[in-house]
Design a protein around this ligand. Structure first.
Ligand code: FAD
Length: 496
């Protein structure tokens, strides 16, 4: 296939590269972004190599696996555990639907863990096949840069391989960080949490982000007692405040003990478990302490400074809007650039990279209206602006529509848990700026709403859309009355 190389919008002469470089593209890191960029570039005719650390569910600086965080230690195994945990409450809900459920329901953690591992091993194989089917050469080992066009791969046995490439793509993702408190070695990160030998009876989670609340929900759903500690008043900073409050209320109602404005200061090993000490002087004993205290870009061991690649103060690789670093032959996508750290975003960046460099179509990733979900139980999902962001960015007034309702399923099951929806609308243009929902199936519903927002839908268009009945989703097209009008300065003008 003819090879097209686009540099700053100009096609270079194909024969030049073949003579000089082993590969057109060398990708370091075979996670979401790296695999996408490698496959698409190869499909566009480039000669591509990729390197990835050897496979294991728990990562380290020398352990990883094709598929990356999402497949092996993130989205996929987590969602499997969320499904597993959700059956507990589903079984309770089934009783009023006529299912005779014996009081004692057993849960076999080891069985679920084995099924989860089988699935990630299967996906790891699929990702390897995707690469080989696209003609991408895979090297197993740790990659680092030696120069602007040279990569060195250290294989498991210590052998070093060196290759030149016209372009190098850094796609090494991120890694969980620990909070730096005495006894932190007694705690675990999300990597280990997805592979625990035993289901904890008493779990402590430190962190208020999505990973923290998801694991709190998983363990609680499986029957553990869970204490969730976080620094703010509410968990899930960055999401709409009203929806954060709904999510917090649901977590509490499902039996999770929330400890807002509280940090952990020390962990001590005792005969009974891990003694957890808080900055309020509280003490409790746990079987497992999870640190979900943020992630850092995986950039330390890549020799980037020596090659002159600029990093930001957090260690993220600095890139322009095409994902190119300050060194023209070196590019970076995904979590290592710390833009929006989500799998679909890494995929988008990988796709745009391939189109820009090998497809003859310079493409910038578009970060507007990225939907996302928190898979706590029940889940929260959002797209567009939160009310707080809209107030900050708006020129004029906003109309806020909310709906809090008892999902139909709960009317028979008796579960006391409301679903809550929200739309934030520009009062002048009628454009829907943001949507959120906390309740069952919200991620499935929000994906469709995200298309509407991407198309610039107005509230009138939402209202003229026919609902699907009976469903929770139809509520999004029947929110007729304004809950409140918010002035651009953020002060409620009227409560309609
Ligand atoms: C617990 C958890 C849950 C998550 N849940 C979600 C979710 O529900 N939805 C969502 O969208 N996102 C989720 N994410 C985030 C998502 O996993 C990441 O945003 C995504 O994987 C980023 O892709 P990436 O390609 O940048 O990096 P990664 O997928 O992390 O891939 C980087 C790869 O580079 C390899 N590597 C690192 N250094 C080297 C080296 N020197 N040489 C060779 N290889 C190297 C690593 O082993 C890794 O395989 C979750 C993350 C975690 C931790």
């Amino acid at each position: 296939m003819a090879r097209k190389m686009l540099i700053d919008g100009e096609l270079s002469k194909p024969n030049e590269e073949e003579a000089h470089y082993d590969f057109d593209l060398f990708v370091i890191g075979a996670g979401s972004g790296g695999v996408r960029a490698a496959r698409f570039s190869a499909n566009m005719g480039a000669k591509v190599a990729i390197c990835e650390l050897p496979f294991h569910p728990i990562s380290s600086e020398v352990i990883g696996g094709v598929g990356g965080t999402c497949v092996i230690r993130g989205c996929v195994p987590k969602k499997i555990l969320v499904y597993g945990a959700s059956f507990g409450s589903e079984i309770q809900d089934a009783k009023n639907y006529g299912w005779e459920v014996n009081d004692k329901v057993d849960f076999n953690w080891k069985k679920l863990l084995q099924k989860k591992t089988d699935e990630i091993v299967r996906l790891n194989g699929i990702y390897k096949r995707l690469l080989s089917n696209a003609g991408v050469k895979l090297f197993e080992g740790e990659g680092k840069l030696v120069g602007p066009n040279e990569v060195e791969v250290t294989q498991l046995d210590g052998t070093k391989l060196s290759y030149s490439a016209k372009h190098i793509l850094i796609a090494t993702g991120g890694r969980a960080q620990r909070p730096g408190i005495p006894g932190e070695e007694l705690g675990i990160t999300s990597d280990e949490a997805l592979s625990l030998e035993e289901l904890p009876k008493r779990a402590v989670v430190l962190g208020g982000g999505y990973i923290a609340v998801e694991f709190a929900s998983i363990w609680r759903g499986m029957g553990a007692s869970v204490d969730l500690f976080f620094r703010r008043e509410l968990p899930l900073r960055g999401f709409d405040d009203e929806m954060r409050a709904v999510a917090a209320r649901n977590l509490e109602a499902r039996g999770i003990d929330l400890h807002p404005r509280t940090n952990l200061t020390e962990l001590i090993k005792t005969e009974d478990g891990i003694k957890v000490i808080t900055d309020h002087g509280e003490e409790l004993i746990a079987d497992v302490v999870l640190f979900a205290t943020g992630r850092v870009p995986n950039s330390k061991r890549l020799n980037l400074e020596a090659v002159g690649v600029e990093l930001d103060p957090k260690g993220a690789v600095k890139v322009d809007e095409y994902s190119r670093t300050n060194i023209p032959s070196i590019w970076a996508v995904g979590d290592v650039t710390n833009r929006v750290n989500l799998t679909p975003v890494a995929l988008m960046e990988g796709t745009c990279f391939a189109k820009t460099v090998f497809g003859g179509e310079p493409s910038k990733p578009d970060y507007r209206d990225i939907p996302c979900a928190v898979f706590c139980i029940p889940p929260l999902s959002v797209v567009g602006l939160s009310e707080e962001q809209a107030v900050e960015q708006a020129n004029g007034d906003l109309l806020v529509f909310t709906s809090s309702f008892n999902p139909m399923k709960n009317t028979v099951s008796g579960r006391q848990e409301k679903s809550v929806m929200k739309l934030v609308v520009d009062a002048e243009t009628d454009k829907v700026l943001g949507a959120s929902m906390c309740g069952p199936d919200s991620p499935e519903i929000m994906q469709g709403i995200a298309i509407a927002l991407k198309c610039g839908a107005t509230k009138a268009q939402f209202d003229s859309t026919v609902g699907i009945h009976p469903s929770a989703a139809e509520e999004f097209v029947t929110m007729r009355s304004v809950t409140r009008r918010v002035s651009a300065s953020g002060k409620p003008k009227t409560t309609l």
